[in-house]
Design a protein around this ligand. Structure first.
Ligand code: SAH
Ligand code: SF4
Length: 394
C-alpha cells in the first residue's frame, strides 16, 4: 500500500517573503553580499563560503555556517533565506518510489504553482526525476502533463531546489550519509538526475543551464554531467546548443517512426520533422559509443507498436550511437490510448535487440502513486482532499 506521509517538518511549511539564495551562481551570490554591505574585497571569498554551505553541505539556515561571523550571518538571515519549495505531500510507493508534490513561492502575479518530483531507487542507483516547467506548452497527445493549462518556466532555484529537497528528505547530504549506519552501496542515494518530469527543458534553456551548472559543480552538488539526462520532445534548434552549453546526456522522446504518426503523437513534429530531428542528433556534441543518445519510445497499442515500426526504428537510428528505451504507456484518466500488450512489447523489443541495441523495457515505477512517466500533473486537488481527510481522522 502506498503511504502518504503527512507530518512534515515545519520549515517546509513556510510563508517567507525573503528572497532565496538557493539557485544563485557564485557571481550572483557576490551581488547579494554587496546588498548587505559586504566590502568588495571580501565578496569573492564569502561567496565561495556560501556556495559551499548551500550546495555542498546542504544547510538550510545561515546559523549553521560556522566559518562566517555571527554578525554577518544575522545580516544575511534578515535579508535572505535558503529555502526549498514547500512540500504539500510526500508519498512513498509500495516499490520504494517517492513522489513529492511541491508548492512554489509566489510568482510575480502572486500565484503559487505546484510541481512534482519523483525519486526512483534501484539496486545500483537512485534516479531523481525533476521538472523544468509548471505544465508544458506542448500537447503530446499521450501525456498527462500536456493537458495542464497553466504553464510557467521554473527558475534555476526551483529546478536545483528539487534536487536539494530530495537530498534533505532522503538524507543524501555528506553529513547525513556519514552518520548513516547503512549507507547505500553506490555511495549516494541520488546518483542520477533526469529532466523527465513536467515540462520541456529546452523551452527553459537558461534556467535549466544554470541549474545543471550548479548540480554538476564539483564544489557544489557534484553530480557528474554524465549522470544527468535531459529529455526533449525535439526542439531541434536548441539540441546542439544544449550539448555545447549544458553538456548533459541527451534523451529524445521519439515515439514514432514516420512523420505521419509522430505528427499525431508529438505535435512539435510538424515544426521539426523526423529528418531534421535525427540530423540534430547526429550533430550532438560529444556523441560516441560511450556517450549514446537515449531514444524513448512509448508503447501505444495499435498506434506505433507493429513489427514494421520496430524495423523502421532500427533503420532510422542506424549510424547514431543510441540506446532505445521502450516505455510501457502509463494510462491516466481520460486518455484515448492503451498500453501495448506484453507480447507485442516483447516482439518489438526482440527486433530492436537483434539489431544490436540493448533495449530495456522500462518497468513502470510508482504507478500506485501516479508517479510513473507521463502521469505527472499536479493531482493537487485530489491529494489535498485526501490529505485533509487524513488530517481530520488523525
Ligand atoms: N518534455 C520532455 C521531458 C518530460 S516527458 C520530453 O517530452 O521529452 C518525459 C518522458 O515521459 C518523455 O519521453 C515522454 O514522452 C514520456 N511520457 C509522457 N507521457 C507518458 C505516458 N503517459 N506514459 C509513458 N511515458 C510518457
Ligand atoms: Fe510536454 Fe514532454 Fe509531455 Fe510532450 S511529453 S507534453 S513535451 S512534458
Amino acid at each position: 500500500m502506498p503511504t502518504l506521509i503527512s507530518s512534515l517538518p515545519e520549515r517546509y511549511i513556510q510563508n517567507d517573503q525573503r528572497p532565496s539564495l538557493a539557485g544563485l551562481s557564485r557571481e550572483q551570490l557576490m551581488e547579494m553580499l554587496a546588498r548587505v554591505g559586504v566590502p568588495e574585497k571580501q565578496r569573492k571569498m564569502r561567496a565561495n563560503q556560501l556556495f559551499h554551505w548551500i550546495y555542498h553541505k546542504g544547510v538550510t539556515s545561515f546559523a549553521a555556517m560556522s566559518n562566517i561571523a555571527r554578525e554577518l550571518r544575522d545580516r544575511l538571515d534578515e535579508a535572505f533565506q535558503i529555502s526549498r519549495p514547500e512540500i504539500v505531500t510526500e508519498q512513498k510507493s509500495s516499490d520504494g518510489t517517492m513522489k513529492w508534490l511541491l508548492r512554489l513561492a509566489p510568482d510575480e502575479r502572486g500565484q503559487r504553482h505546484e510541481i512534482e518530483t519523483v525519486y526512483i531507487p534501484e539496486e545500483d542507483r537512485g534516479t531523481l526525476c525533476i521538472s523544468s516547467q509548471v505544465g508544458c506548452t506542448l500537447t503530446c497527445t499521450f501525456c498527462h502533463t500536456g493537458t495542464q493549462r497553466l504553464v510557467r518556466n521554473l527558475t534555476a532555484g526551483e529546478i536545483v531546489g528539487q534536487i536539494m529537497l530530495a537530498r534533505d528528505r532522503i538524507g543524501d547530504w555528506p553529513d547525513a550519509l556519514a552518520a548513516n549506519t547503512q549507507p547505500p552501496s553506490s555511495g549516494r542515494y541520488i546518483t542520477n538526475v533526469v529532466l523527465m518530469g513536467m515540462g520541456e527543458p529546452l523551452y527553459n534553456f537558461d534556467n535549466v543551464k544554470q541549474a545543471m551548472d550548479l548540480a554538476s559543480d564539483g564544489e557544489g552538488l557534484s553530480l557528474s554531467r554524465r549522470r544527468i539526462t535531459l529529455s526533449t520532445s525535439g526542439v531541434v534548434p536548441e539540441i546542439v546548443r544544449a550539448g555545447d552549453e549544458i553538456g548533459t546526456m541527451l534523451a529524445i522522446s521519439l515515439h514514432a517512426t514516420t512523420d505521419e504518426i509522430r505528427d499525431r503523437l508529438v505535435p512539435l513534429n510538424r515544426k521539426y520533422p523526423l529528418a531534421e530531428l535525427l540530423e540534430a542528433c547526429r550533430n550532438y556534441p560529444g556523441l560516441s559509443n560511450a556517450r549514446r543518445i537515449t531514444f524513448e519510445y512509448v508503447m501505444l497499442k495499435g498506434v506505433n507498436d507493429s513489427r514494421d515500426d520496430a524495423k523502421r526504428l532500427v533503420k532510422l537510428l542506424s549510424g547514431i550511437p543510441a540506446k532505445i528505451n521502450l516505455i510501457p504507456f502509463n494510462p491516466w484518466p481520460g486518455t484515448q490510448y492503451e498500453c501495448s500488450d506484453w507480447e507485442t512489447i516483447e516482439s518489438f523489443a526482440e527486433i530492436v535487440n537483434r539489431a544490436g541495441y540493448a533495449s530495456p523495457v522500462r518497468t513502470p515505477r510508482g504507478r500506485d502513486i501516479m508517479a510513473a512517466c507521463g502521469q505527472l500533473k499536479s493531482e493537487s486537488q485530489k491529494l489535498r482532499a485526501r490529505e485533509r481527510m487524513a488530517a481530520q481522522t488523525a
